[in-house]
Write a protein that binds this ligand. Sequence first.
Ligand SMILES: Cc1cc2nc3c(=O)[nH]c(=O)nc-3n(C[C@H](O)[C@H](O)[C@H](O)COP(=O)(O)OP(=O)(O)OC[C@H]3O[C@@H](n4cnc5c(N)ncnc54)[C@H](O)[C@@H]3O)c2cc1C
Length: 344
Amino acid sequence: MGLWEALAARGQPLEVMRLVDDTGRLIRAPEAVFRAPEIGIGTFGSNITNRDITEVLDARAAAEPKLTRILGAVTDVRTRETGIDLTLDDGRTIAAAVAVAADGRRSKLREAAGIEVSTWSYPQSALVLNMRHTAEHNDVSTEFHTRSGPFVLVPLPGKRTSIVLVEKPEVAERLNAMNDADLAIELERRSHSILGRIEIESERQLWPLSGMTAKRVAAKRVFLVGETAHVFPPIGAQGLNLSARDVAALGEVLARARREGRDLGSAGTMDAYERARRIDVETRTRGVDMADRLLLSDALPAQVVRSLGFWAINRFAPLRHLVMREGLMPSFAAPRMMRGLKVG
Ligand SMILES: Cc1cc2nc3c(=O)[nH]c(=O)nc-3n(C[C@H](O)[C@H](O)[C@H](O)COP(=O)(O)OP(=O)(O)OC[C@H]3O[C@@H](n4cnc5c(N)ncnc54)[C@H](O)[C@@H]3O)c2cc1C
């Protein structure tokens, strides 16, 4: 759709990812370094701010002649045997064969479809902001793994970086209460000055970390995509990517139903979507959950497992390559339209 050119122009390519054990524990994992060219790609992807992604998508959707956009908030949802009715905040009603729920973690559509969720929380909050610095980042993304969670530095264009700092909630709140100058000094200390002197550039956001999985991804003619179906901590840059696979898989399932002249909201179509997404959503959610819990655990066996994992990744190139490829896109769940895609 020509989207990538517009997005890439606003993003910063990521060529190298460094994971550094900064726990100070007795058993520490060796540093793991992933380089995109090792698996024959230029970059792992790009770091693009949420605002830029939304602006580019919005402009493209507005320019698409086959798309009718109806702007408004959904206030009421009625599911019927043969269709679905949505009421908007200005009183209009829209009748459709199916609805795609993309209304976030507290989805009204999901609730109307009667889909239950499992939720859990983590003893952590994430402080998120963008900053300027005096040293070059050289397209390297660095994750310092501390006892309270990862401190992730992801390059932005220029001498700028976005950070996700995961900490105990009370510590994250204390950091958030600091003035910009003091917070910059604290961030320089935590980043071991690898980016030189730091200046806070953006507003800050504080996110309590939580997880959620919907028990089904489709019911009563409602199909869930993105955070209506799955929420997990922002570790490993997986959330939005998993959501893009939801959308691609749903596109394929609905296109097939239409081609074969079947009802888009039939039980068969909903089951096909469920089959296409269940394993990918579960494995990503569990993978991110396990990585976070292993890091937080002071138990010796957990530290040994982590350290051995990192050691093996460093030592065995085929394993490292597998981790990189599967991190980008799971081979077992790549929607057809995403197969063979090369980043960078
Ligand atoms: C701190 C942090 C860092 C992250 N970093 C990364 C990363 O590096 N890489 C990555 O891949 N992912 C990352 N993620 C995850 C990613 O941001 C989310 O997965 C993604 O934004 C979710 O998008 P969504 O469209 O599903 O939900 P949302 O962004 O929540 O969008 C839902 C939309 O629905 C609208 N809406 C809600 N209710 C209604 C209604 N009744 N009627 C009409 N509209 C409605 C809302 O206004 C909103 O616009 C991060 C998340 C966090 C919190």
